[in-house]
Write a protein that binds this ligand. Structure first.
Ligand code: NAD
Length: 262
């Protein structure tokens, strides 16, 4: 039997990037997939149902959860909806952009977990994978995005304890720099340098959306049946490489310093 046969996965932000790659992978495993997104970039092409929704609109999310519960009760929730933040100084990062980071990521994740996870817990089974970031584990010039992502990891652990007795697992994936339309926009605008990002990771490359999707599918599915409350980086070794800058950075097999990538 296919791994996700008879499962119904709801994926916020499933219209693009990591969410779309996850939707595609779960569809390949024969899951029914429903995408919640501001825009349907590609979900319907892969046979997913689509609901236009802003994850920070808790009432709208709850209404969709109520409707899906009556039609095909969701058994998996993946919260991928998100927007990347400009790397501004605090003086230039205004409160409206900061509030938006908290609203889309933290409030949006909580709203989805509360509406879908609460119903799973009442039914006695389900699996949730939230999306944090390496930016919520280390620090960087992302004073809204980073704290929101750190809070998502923390929230996920709390919900794992809350709903574990009801048979619902909650795990969190923390991607590194992943080649999605969101990252492409930052590269195109010159705000990010692809060679520098790749060189900062132990594997000296960026992450593919399909690689993050594999980790999400693993945690969401039956192979991870005893795993809950974890935060799993999928970052090509970005987190382990960072501290090496104090010693001159990463080095090659002969011990010579590795320069930047083109
Ligand atoms: P993406 O832009 O390709 O996809 C994000 C999707 O979320 C889009 O379809 C967008 O329409 C949707 N979305 C945005 N705001 C929404 C809202 N308020 N309500 C509903 N949908 C909304 O981006 P991505 O890179 O695939 O990012 C997916 C997740 O992964 C985000 O949470 C992001 O923060 C996180 N992440 C990305 C990277 C990276 O390098 N790309 C790294 C770490 C974490």
């Amino acid at each position: 039997m296919a791994e996700f046969e008879n499962q119904h996965a709801v994926i916020s932000g499933g219209g693009s990037g990591i969410g779309l790659a996850t939707a595609r992978l779960l569809r390949e495993g024969r899951a029914r997939v429903t995408v919640l997104d501001l825009a349907d970039s590609g979900a319907q092409e892969i046979g997913a149902a689509f609901h236009r929704a802003d994850v920070s609109d808790a009432e709208a999310i709850d209404a969709i959860a109520e409707q899906l519960e009556a039609e095909h009760p969701p058994t998996i929730l993946v919260t991928c909806a998100g927007v990347l933040q400009r790397t501004r100084t605090p003086e230039k990062l205004g409160l409206s952009e900061w509030d938006r980071m908290i609203a889309v990521h933290l409030r949006g994740t909580y709203a989805c977990c509360r509406s879908f996870g609460g119903r799973m817990a009442r039914r006695g089974a389900g699996s949730i994978v939230t999306i944090a970031s390496v930016a919520g584990i280390g620090t960087g010039p992302l004073h809204g995005y980073g704290p929101a992502k750190a809070a998502i990891a923390h929230l996920s652990k709390g919900l794992a304890a809350e709903w574990g007795p009801s048979g619902v697992r909650v795990n969190c994936v923390a991607p590194g720099f992943t080649e999605t339309p969101a990252l492409d926009r930052g590269l195109d605008a010159g705000a990010l340098d692809g060679g520098r990002l790749a060189a900062a990771s132990a594997l000296r490359r960026l992450v593919a959306p399909a690689e993050v999707a594999q980790a999400i599918a693993f945690l969401a599915g039956p192979r991870a049946s005893a795993i809950t409350g974890t935060v799993l980086p999928v970052d090509a070794g970005y987190l382990v490489a960072g501290d090496w800058s104090a010693y001159g950075g990463l080095r090659d097999i002969e011990g010579a310093p590795l320069g930047p990538l083109a």
